[in-house]
Design a protein around this ligand. Structure first.
Ligand code: FE2
Length: 145
């Protein structure tokens, strides 16, 4: 997705790893001179705090139900990376520790009780809606270099 001209929604990278880097640095080598190429950025921790305040049930579901993220391909040899995560992971003190959010790498099979599937998707939609609110989502177009 990242190497196409298709729109790429808000996401975190490397959700299929057990341990994700805390910081990722991106740079812009060349920028399109036409429409597009904008970045959308959101503070996922802030959005998760808002979800906790505004929709505690959704927050509870996203901190307790695990979903699988996977990535597979060939790079010298075949590989499969797969990791089950909470969308919002809490630490032992109940504080938000990390966000794992990516529709493109979230496995299509939800390994959870059937009666939790719709509430999970509703919770995910609620989180998505908060992240895309204009007050939370910054859009910018990087300059080359
Ligand atoms: Fe990414």
């Amino acid at each position: 997705m990242a190497y196409t001209s298709a729109k790429l929604g808000l996401h975190t990278d490397l959700n299929y790893y057990n341990y994700k880097p805390g910081v990722q640095m991106l740079h812009c080598i060349e920028q399109t001179k036409g429409e597009g190429g904008d970045n959308s950025l959101v503070d996922g921790f802030n959005a998760a705090h808002q979800l906790k305040e505004e929709n505690p049930d959704a927050f509870r579901l996203l901190t307790t139900l695990k979903v699988a993220f996977c990535h597979f391909g060939i790079d010298y040899q075949k590989y499969i990376h797969k990791q089950r995560q909470n969308i919002i992971r809490l630490n032992d003190h109940g504080e938000i520790q990390s966000i794992s959010y990516s529709d493109p790498t979230r496995a299509s099979i939800l390994d959870m009780p059937a009666d939790q599937v719709q509430p999970f998707y509703d919770a995910l939609k609620a989180f998505n809606t908060i992240m895309y609110l204009p007050r939370n989502c910054v859009r910018l177009k990087m300059a080359a270099g």
